[in-house]
Design a binder for this molecule. Structure first.
Ligand code: GDP
Ligand code: ZN
Length: 461
C-alpha cells in the first residue's frame, strides 16, 4: 500500500526533556534530507538504517538553524508502520517541538490524524486490530499491571485464542455442510449433531471464560473505584493522604482543583485504585443528608470497594450504623482509626456489623496500620482470582461487546441443534458468531469502524 508521509509529535505534550517528532511514509527520508544535515554536511539518506545521528535542522530558504537535534533513521519494513520512519529528537519545550513540526510540515509532510501511525501499522499488515487496540490501551495504561495486560494482547495472545475459536466454528460449519450435502443419509445427522454440539459448547465455554476476566480487565485499566466513607472527622482525608503518600500517585490528565469530590489514582501492591474521598461533599452537613445527595449516592453505587472509616476514640453512633446499613451488600473494609487515642468504640459490635468483611485498625496520625490495610485491599482483589500474568484479560469495551454477541449466537446455535432445528438455520448463527469473533482481530471489520477506532488514539501514535 502507498500513503503520503505523515508527521506528529509522538511524545506527551509539555512533558519530559526530550520530544520526538515522528515522520512515516515514502518521503520521510527525503523530507529529512531537505531540512537536516550532519556536522560533516552529509545527508541522512547516506546512512544505514536503524542508526541515530546528531546534527542541525535548518530552514530551507534561509539556511537558518532551527534546532540542534538527534535524528534516527529507520527504513521500512522493519518499523512500526512498515514504512520509512524518521524520528527527530529535540528539546522538550512546546515552542521548540512545534517549530520542528511546522518545519517538516512545510517541507512535504502532512499532519497525522490521531492514531494514524497505528492505523498504518494495521493497514500494512504489521499488527492486527486487537494488537492495535492494545497499543491504545498501552498509551492509556495507568499501572504496571494494566501495562502487562496490554502487552500480552499486543503479543497477540488474545488474537491467537480468538483464531482458535474461529477455527473450531469452521469445524462446526464443516459438520453442517456434511449434513446439508448428504440429507439422504439418516445417520449423518446422528453423527454430525453431537460433533457440532461438542465443538460449539467448547467455544461457548471459552468465550464465557474470556468474559469472566473482562470485569477484572476493566478494573485493571480504570482502577478499582474505591470510596472512602465515614462521618466527619474520623480521618477520611488522612486516609486518602496516607494511601497517596505511601504509594506512587498515578498522574491523571484531569486537573483536580475545583471538584467537590476528591479523586486520586494510586497503585496499591499492583492493584490500581481510583480513590474517591467523599469528604469533599459538603463536609459540614449531616452525613445522612450528604449520603442523600444524588451525587454521592451515584459515587457509592459505582464503587467497586468501600473503605468505611470509624473512630476508635468514640462510641459507634447511629450515623455509623446507618453507613454500615447503606453499604451492606457491597465490598468493603472497615478502618477503625485513631488507635493512638483511648478506646471508646466497641470493636465486637464493629466486627458483628461487618460480618465477613475485614476490619483493620489504624492510627493514621502515627502512620500505623496502613500496611495491613493495603494487604487487605490486595487480598480482596486477588482472592480466588487466577494469577494475573497467566490470563488473557479482555479489557477492551469493544471486545467485550463482541464477545457477548458471539456468545448469544453460539448459544442460539446450541439450543437450535438440541431442539432438532434444521441445520441450515444453525449454520446462520454459527457463521454470524464466526464473523463477530473476526471483528475482534479485524478480519471482517468495516472501513468506517476502522477509522472510528483509530481516531480514538492519541495524536502521534
Ligand atoms: P475526615 O473529616 O474524615 O476527612 O477526617 P480528617 O482526615 O480531616 O481528620 C480529622 C482530624 O482527625 C484531623 O485533625 C486529623 O489530624 C485527625 N486524625 C486523623 N487520623 C488520626 C489518628 O489516627 N489519630 C489521631 N489522634 N488523630 C487523627
Ligand atoms: Zn476531611
Amino acid at each position: 500500500m502507498e500513503f503520503d508521509t505523515i508527521a506528529a509529535i509522538s511524545t506527551p505534550m509539555g512533558e519530559g526533556a526530550i520530544a520526538i517528532v515522528r515522520l512515516s511514509g515514502d518521503q520521510a527520508v527525503e523530507i529529512a534530507d531537505r531540512i537536516f544535515s550532519l556536522p560533516s554536511g552529509k545527508k541522512l539518506s547516506s546512512k544505514k538504517s536503524h542508526t541515530i545521528h546528531y546534527g542541525h535542522l535548518k530552514e530551507v530558504e534561509t539556511g537558518e538553524v532551527v534546532e540542534e537535534v538527534m535524528v534516527s533513521l529507520m527504513r521500512g519494513p522493519k518499523t512500526f508502520t512498515r514504512e520509512d520512519v524518521v524520528e527527530i529528537n529535540c528539546h522538550g519545550g512546546l515552542v521548540s517541538v512545534n517549530r520542528v513540526l511546522q518545519l517538516v510540515l512545510r517541507n512535504g509532510a502532512r499532519m497525522a490524524e490521531p492514531g494514524e501511525f497505528t492505523k498504518r501499522a494495521f493497514l500494512n499488515g504489521r499488527i492486527d486490530l486487537s494488537q492495535a487496540e492494545a497499543v491504545m490501551d498501552l498509551i492509556r495504561a495507568k499501572t504496571d499491571r494494566a501495562m502487562n495486560v496490554a502487552l500480552n494482547q499486543m503479543d497477540g495472545k488474545l488474537s491467537r485464542l480468538i483464531n482458535q475459536l474461529r477455527q473450531a466454528l469452521i469445524e462446526v460449519l464443516a459438520q453442517v455442510e456434511v449434513n446439508i450435502d448428504y440429507p439422504e443419509y439418516d445417520d449423518v445427522e446422528e453423527m454430525t449433531i453431537p460433533l457440532m454440539l461438542e465443538k460449539a459448547t467448547w467455544v461457548k465455554s471459552e468465550v464465557e471464560k474470556l468474559l469472566q476476566t473482562s470485569s477484572q480487565g476493566k478494573i485493571l485499566r480504570e482502577g478499582l473505584s474505591t470510596v472512602i466513607l465515614g462521618r466527619p472527622n474520623v480521618g477520611k482525608s488522612s486516609l486518602l493522604n496516607s494511601l497517596v503518600q505511601e504509594n506512587k500517585a498515578i498522574v491523571t490528565d484531569v486537573a483536580g482543583t475545583t471538584r467537590d469530590i476528591i479523586e486520586e489514582y494510586v497503585n496499591v501492591r499492583g492493584v490500581p485504585l481510583r480513590l474517591v474521598d467523599t469528604a469533599g461533599i459538603r463536609e459540614t452537613e449531616d452525613i445522612v443528608e450528604r449520603i442523600g445527595v444524588e451525587r454521592s449516592r451515584q459515587v457509592l453505587k459505582e464503587a467497586d470497594l468501600i473503605l468505611l472509616v470509624v473512630n476508635y476514640h468514640e462510641e459507634l453512633t447511629e450515623e455509623d450504623r446507618r453507613l454500615f446499613d447503606t453499604i451492606q451488600n457491597m465490598d468493603y473494609i472497615v478502618v477503625v482509626n485513631k488507635t493512638d487515642l483511648t478506646q471508646k468504640i466497641d470493636i465486637d459490635e464493629v466486627k458483628q456489623l461487618a460480618g465477613e468483611r475485614r476490619v483493620v485498625t489504624t492510627s493514621l496520625l502515627q502512620e500505623e496500620g496502613v500496611a495491613e490495610l493495603e494487604e487487605a485491599i490486595a487480598a480482596l482483589f486477588f482472592e480466588g482470582s487466577v494469577e494475573a500474568n497467566d490470563l488473557t484479560y479482555v479489557s477492551n469495551a469493544r471486545h467485550i461487546a463482541l464477545l457477548h454477541q458471539a456468545l448469544d449466537r453460539i448459544q442460539d446455535a446450541i439450543t437450535a441443534a438440541e431442539a432438532g432445528v434444521p441445520v441450515d438455520m444453525i449454520q446462520i448463527d454459527v457463521t454470524r458468531a464466526w464473523e463477530i469473533l473476526g471483528e475482534i482481530v479485524g478480519d471482517t471489520v468495516q472501513d468506517s469502524l476502522i477509522n472510528q477506532l483509530f481516531s480514538q488514539f492519541c495524536l502521534g501514535k
